[in-house]
Structure formats: structure tokens, C-alpha cells
Write a protein that binds this ligand. Structure first.
Ligand code: GTP
Ligand code: MG
Length: 233
């Protein structure tokens, strides 16, 4: 899966990716400020999660657009401590909603380890755009709640694709897998191949040359059939 981590300047996006990937990430930065991107890979119950962090300075909009392309889910990071970042949070939220309409999103109310951090109900009053979104009180510094937030997002992403994924699992290894996928989901060939390619790239599938046959990876099959397995326990 491809997850984009965005939000205003200094909210803690890079720190979040550092925590989620256990430090196995790169951050293209200058003096602590991301100027290009963060990138790293995490593994959640066998699912490959490709993390992309955006720069938080307003002028890097083009970079954020490129990094957002094709993302399956969004972690929107807000600074729970600094009310001065609220106006920028609003702008950034509008931007990502424009880049990725309809893509599942969770909000990380970050820096909750700081005693002066605002509680969720206060953040909801200050940031009206949070209405209807799942907001998690987290700390990218201590890692508190980050795993639950990520798992919930992955679950929402999987649910959005659940009709496609259950067919992937059903027709995995079938010699006429592609044709059956097209018929069952009422898809044009191009669209069905597009789905196979998309999820092959995300390492959920292996697709054979000629595209007729595809195989679901054994490690992710249970998750495709039953995404609720991802939910925090
Ligand atoms: N106390 C506390 N500090 C945090 C937390 N997350 C990030 N920080 C600090 O906040 C500052 C900014 O963190 P970054 O992760 O660089 O923030 P960013 O959103 O990537 O910033 P830009 O890329 O410049 O937009 C750093 O000094 C971090 O150490 C947190 O959960 N708690
Ligand atoms: Mg950063």
C-alpha cells in the first residue's frame, strides 16, 4: 500500500515516518526541514506499506502533488500544541482533499506527549475540517497510539477495495483469472489490468506475463479475505 503523510510545517511528519518504519527511512532535509520527501517501508502483518512524507513548507506544493499521486491512504498530521499552525493545517487539508478525493484519511493529533497539548475535543472545535474524520491522539516521539492509527487506516483502505480484493483471492491462480475478474466486477480489460498492475506494484500480487493469470501472495491472502484482521487488538 502507498500511504502519504502530510500536514503543515513542523507537525511531526518526518518523525512519524521514522517511528513507523523503525528508522528504515530517508529524509531529504535541510537543517531539520524536509525539502523534498521522506520515504520508508513498513511491514504490517506481511503487508508492505510504502510511506511517503511530504514537505510542510507552503512553497513545495508541486512536490506534494507528485508524492500524493496514486496514494491509497492519507495520514494527516496536525500539531496539537501550536494553535498557530491551525490556519496552515486548514490549507493543507484542502490541498490533499483536492489531490486525493475520496481516499481514506486518518488524522494524527500529534505531540500528545507534551503536557500543554490540546485534547481531541478542543482540536475538533479549533479545526472544523476534522468533522467526520477519525482523529487519533498520538505521539510520533514516543510512538503512543501510532500503530493503532496506522492499522485503522490500512483497514479503511482495504475495505474500500474489498470487492476487488475478495475477487483477487477467489481467482488467484485461476488460468482465466483476468477474464473472470472482468466478468464478475463488470470491468473493461484495461481497467482490470490496471488494478492488477496497481496491486502488483504494492506487492499484494504476482501477475504473469500475458496478464491472464495472477497469484495473491500467501502472506496477504488472509488480509484480503478478512481485512478486520488488521484492526488494533
Ligand atoms: N514532543 C514531541 N515533539 C515532536 C513530536 N513529533 C515531532 N516532534 C518535534 O517537532 C519538530 C518537527 O518534527 P518533524 O518530524 O521534522 O516535522 P515535519 O512535519 O516533518 O516538519 P517539516 O518537514 O519541516 O514540515 C522536531 O523538533 C521534532 O522533534 C512528538 O510527537 N512529540
Ligand atoms: Mg519533515
Amino acid at each position: 500500500m502507498k500511504i502519504v503523510v502530510t500536514g503543515p510545517y513542523e507537525a511531526g511528519k518526518s518523525q512519524m515516518i521514522h517511528h513507523i518504519t523503525n528508522g528504515a527511512c530517508i529524509n531529504v532535509e535541510r537543517r531539520g526541514t524536509t525539502i523534498a520527501m521522506d520515504h520508508g517501508l513498513a511491514n504490517v502483518d506481511g503487508l508492505n506499506v510504502f510511506m511517503f512524507g511530504t514537505p510542510g513548507l507552503l512553497r513545495f506544493r508541486t512536490m506534494r502533488k507528485i508524492l500524493s499521486e496514486g496514494a491509497d491512504g492519507i495520514i494527516f498530521v496536525v500539531d496539537s500544541v501550536d494553535p498557530e499552525s491551525d490556519a496552515r493545517a486548514k490549507l493543507f487539508f484542502r490541498e490533499i482533499a483536492f489531490f486525493l478525493p475520496g481516499v481514506p484519511c486518518v488524522v494524527a493529533a500529534n505531540k500528545q506527549d507534551v503536557p500543554e497539548s490540546r485534547p481531541i475535543d478542543q482540536l475538533r472545535r479549533n479545526l472544523r475540517f476534522l468533522a467526520g474524520l477519525p482523529v487519533f491522539p498520538v505521539s510520533a516521539k514516543t510512538g503512543e497510539n501510532v500503530d493503532s492509527m496506522l492499522r485503522t487506516l490500512l483497514y479503511l483502505v482495504m475495505m474500500q477495495w474489498s470487492s476487488v480484493f475478495s475477487k483477487f483471492a477467489q481467482f488467484s491462480g485461476d488460468k482465466k483469472g483476468l477474464s473472470k475478474l472482468m466478468k464478475d466486477l463488470n470491468l473493461e480489460r484495461e481497467q482490470a489490468v490496471g488494478y492488477l498492475r496497481r496491486f502488483e506494484l504494492r506487492k499484494l500480487l504476482e501477475v504473469q506475463v500475458g496478464d491472464e493469470q495472477f497469484f495473491v501472495k500467501d502472506s496477504v491472502r488472509p488480509l484480503l479475505e478478512n481485512p478486520v484482521l488488521l484492526m488494533p487488538r
